[in-house]
Design a binder for this molecule. Structure first.
Ligand code: LRH
Ligand code: MN
Ligand code: MN
Length: 386
């Protein structure tokens, strides 16, 4: 039997981090559709993230992307966040938007380019010191387009060298999250293409290096929940970049394309004891055509719903069915939880937390959307279209 009180306690303690870039204009390589009222500054992105937290109660941190969120004074930015009711979360490095990185950043054949990239990563750790952020997220677009273009093994050596320099610079309470991605922008080899490569590097580096699973970064059909189970078992699952996809790295709202997959992932998280602070639950999404703040609120709610369903799995009944070889019975236990409508439970929890039971409606009623349209003229692109 499931203890509903305990389920609610866990849901109340859940933390979901929103990304600053989700609040800015974004698009595809074909077109960025500008929306009215989007933030013009990192401070305004933080204000929007704080608004998402105000209505959901479980999104108290916002991730930054450097240089998209570059400011002169990061301690002051952290103060701005605190005054708005949230704190600054993971620092995302960016070594993929400079002409120098055409042949790679930390894996570039040119040592001068490698040095430049490493300096940026180290600067991100300086920023973490100022913001009080725990996590540095590293994603490298590095790779090659043609067989023979560069020495694949040597690129791994260059990568390892840079990672180890960053690792040595981390403070005692800071972590390095290594994010993998199958392809794009490189089309032949990517230097960190999969969880195995990320895991191997993290293992060599030490306990402060952990893997970030971006749910949009796999080949179609990949069993992501299996990866989650294995990484958790090894103590190497550090974070999620949640989003959903129909084709490639679509960055659509998490739980939109495949809510069942999100449930299966959260089931493995619950099973592996991953709901604590050692796993950062972050969103990495772009809202190209839908309004951004409601898009984030909806995404946070989607993660909550999947988590609630995973928590409702009758673990004892599941284990009993599994042990007795009851294939259909075990599957039914899981499906019963998945098919439960958890929206009333979450509405009740929100009321207990002093929140409106319907965050989307509460945001709509608040007038915030109208206010930012009136106040903000000439919002910025998130970074991709910049
Ligand atoms: C790369 C990625 C990575 C970047 C973000 C903007 O596709 O997932 O996390 O930092 O997109
Ligand atoms: Mn990502
Ligand atoms: Mn991505």
């Amino acid at each position: 039997m499931t203890d509903i009180g305990a389920v609610k306690e866990t849901l109340r303690a859940q933390r979901i981090e929103t990304p600053s870039w989700a609040y800015g204009n974004s698009g595809t390589r074909f077109k960025v559709f500008a929306q009215q009222g989007v933030p013009r500054t990192p401070q305004e992105k933080i204000d929007d993230a704080a608004t998402v937290h105000r209505y959901t109660g479980v999104a108290p941190t916002v991730a930054l992307h450097i240089p998209w969120d570059r400011v002169d004074d990061y301690a002051a930015l952290a103060d701005h966040a605190r005054n708005a009711g949230i704190t600054l979360g993971a620092i995302n490095s960016n070594v993929f938007q400079d002409d120098d990185y055409m042949l790679g950043s930390v894996t570039n054949p040119d040592p001068a380019v490698r040095k430049k990239a490493l300096n940026h990563l180290l600067e991100c750790v300086d920023i973490m010191d100022a913001t009080g952020s725990r996590d540095l997220k590293l994603w490298f677009s590095d790779g090659t387009n043609y067989p023979g273009q560069d020495d694949v093994r040597e690129r791994q050596d260059r990568l390892a060298e840079a990672l180890s320099a960053v690792y040595d610079r981390l403070g005692d309470d800071q972590r390095l999250l290594l994010e993998y991605k199958l392809f794009e922008p490189a089309f032949y080899t990517t230097d960190v293409p999969d969880w195995g490569t990320a895991y191997a590097h993290c293992l060599r580096l030490g306990p402060k290096a952990v893997v970030c699973v971006d749910t949009g970064h796999h080949a179609p059909g990949t069993n992501i929940e299996f990866i989650v189970a294995v990484l958790l078992r090894e103590g190497k699952l550090g974070a999620f970049d949640f989003n959903s996809r129909f084709y490639a790295d679509d960055d659509l709202m998490v739980g939109a394309a495949d809510p069942f997959q999100l449930f299966r992932i959260m089931h493995e998280v619950v099973r592996g004891g991953g709901l604590g602070p050692q796993v950062a639950f972050m969103l990495d999404q772009c809202h190209n055509i839908e309004p951004k703040i409601p898009g984030q609120i909806r995404s946070v709610m989607n993660v909550q719903e999947a988590t609630a369903k995973a928590l409702l799995v009758d673990a004892d009944a599941l284990r009993a069915a599994q042990r007795s070889g009851d294939v259909l019975g075990a599957n039914a236990v899981l499906m019963d939880a998945y098919n439960t409508d958890v929206r009333p439970l979450l509405a009740e929890l929100r009321e207990e937390m002093g929140l409106d039971p319907d965050p989307m409606a509460a945001y709509r009623r608040s007038g915030y959307a109208e206010r930012i349209v009136a106040e903000r003229v000439g919002g910025t692109a998130a970074g991709w279209g910049a």
